[in-house]
Design a protein around this ligand. Structure first.
Ligand code: 13P
Length: 393
């Protein structure tokens, strides 16, 4: 790590971060660009730990369980099985998830909503401790959700930068080691240049603040599935979005070795008639990533975005048929939880069965991370798509 942090020239402390320096006393009128030394990125006192955390989350055969639904979204999930959106019900469901025996074999990180970060099992054990004991890093959703972006074509931007440094420091104390910020880009509504730049800038500021406070930022510009566009259009938009995101991450001196990405897979729009195979999704998605993502980034952890459980797993499996420059894995919410929720149905006697269902999905995706998954024997439920137009998280 020392090499990463070492400035190319020694400086007074007030001169750090991302400046381009002129060699002292060189005749500046004759200086060529090659004579300018730019500084290495500085990630503050947590640099080593960030790299360690990112690599632990991006570890072989494992991925992330996204269980960070806001209270409103969790309410919709609970309503789908006839339960009221009470704190007790949210706690019961999350307790089921975090206490699943053996989960750490397949899951390396769990993203929590703020309420869950501070909750415990009914027996009084902190959820954070349940996760740590299983070898799972606790993560925290830190964005404050989407609001309309004034001046755009009905697009949105993501709030949450105000007070983020103080909140992040608190979350770290509470045991969180990585963070998530989800912003969205809509293809049918544009995307406008304004929306793309705003999404990238917000992600980059969040990433810099997270790293300063010891949290590995998951960078998630979700390109929504909504729309009739074909896969080539998705590829073009994804390339534009990720180039802007990396430009802004670099401008904000974010250390790439200490981040994780959460992209959407490159697929046709949900309403597009031309459907494609997992092999084509893999070809397009990897082409986009190889063109845009430096190999310094340890892990690519896909969102499922409304794909069925089996579809999300098949697509991931197709992406792992040959070696990639980064760990290519999952950070699914819907594609890990759908069958679990239905199996549980709020019935305490079904907790074990629901945990078994979670383990089945986690293992399937673990195999897909290794490129060894087969959909043989998957249930009909797991094959049902979960796309909801204008889905909010
Ligand atoms: P889905 O896998 O349901 O798209 O959720 C991903 C997400 O952003 C939650 O962190």
């Amino acid at each position: 790590m020392a090499a990463l942090l070492k400035p190319a020239v020694s400086l007074a402390s007030s001169q750090f971060m991302g400046q381009v320096l002129k060699p002292a006393a060189a005749s500046s009128s004759l200086a060529t660009p090659q004579q300018y030394a730019s500084l290495s990125v500085r990630a503050g006192p947590y640099a080593d730990e960030l790299v360690k955390t990112a690599n632990a989350v991006a570890s072989k055969g494992r991925g992330i369980l996204a269980m960070d639904e806001s209270n409103a979204t969790c309410g919709k999930r609970l309503a789908s099985i006839g339960l009221e959106n009470t704190e007790a019900n949210r706690q019961a469901y999350r307790e089921l998830l975090v206490t699943t025996p053996g989960l750490g074999d397949y899951i390396s990180g769990a993203i929590l909503f703020e309420e869950t970060l501070y909750q415990s099992t009914l027996a009084g054990k902190k959820f954070v401790d349940c996760l740590k004991e299983a070898g799972i890093a606790p993560g925290i959703k830190v964005d404050k959700g989407l609001v309309p972006l004034a001046g755009s074509n009905d697009e949105s931007w993501c709030q949450g930068l105000d007070g983020l440094a103080a909140r992040s420091a608190e979350y770290y104390k509470q045991g969180a080691r990585f963070a998530k910020w989800r912003t969205v880009v809509s293809i049918p509504n544009g995307p406008s240049r304004l929306a793309v730049v705003e999404a990238a800038w917000g992600l980059a500021r969040y990433a810099a603040i997270s790293q300063e406070n010891g949290l590995v930022p998951i960078v998630e510009p979700e390109i929504l599935l909504d729309g009739e566009h074909n896969i080539d259009r998705t590829l073009a938009v994804a390339e534009e979005v990720w180039s802007e995101v990396f430009y802004q991450l670099a401008n904000n001196n974010v250390m790439f070795e200490g981040i994780l990405l959460k992209p959407s897979m490159v697929t046709p729009g949900a309403e597009c008639k031309e459907r494609v195979t997992p092999e084509v999704v893999a070809e397009y998605t990897l082409k986009m990533l190889k063109r845009r993502v430096p190999p310094a980034v340890p892990g690519i952890m896909f969102l499922s975005g409304g794909q069925s459980e089996v579809e999300a797993t098949l697509n991931l499996n197709a992406m792992n048929q040959s070696p990639n420059p980064w760990h290519v894995s999952f950070s699914y919410a819907r594609a890990l939880q759908n069958t679990v929720l239905k199996t549980w149905g709020g019935n305490p006697e079904k907790v074990k069965a629901a945990q078994t269902a979670l383990l089945i999905r986690a293992k399937a995706n673990s195999l897909a991370q290794l490129g060894k998954y087969s959909a043989e024997g998957e249930s009909e439920e797991a094959k049902k798509g979960m796309f909801v137009a204008n889905y909010t998280y």
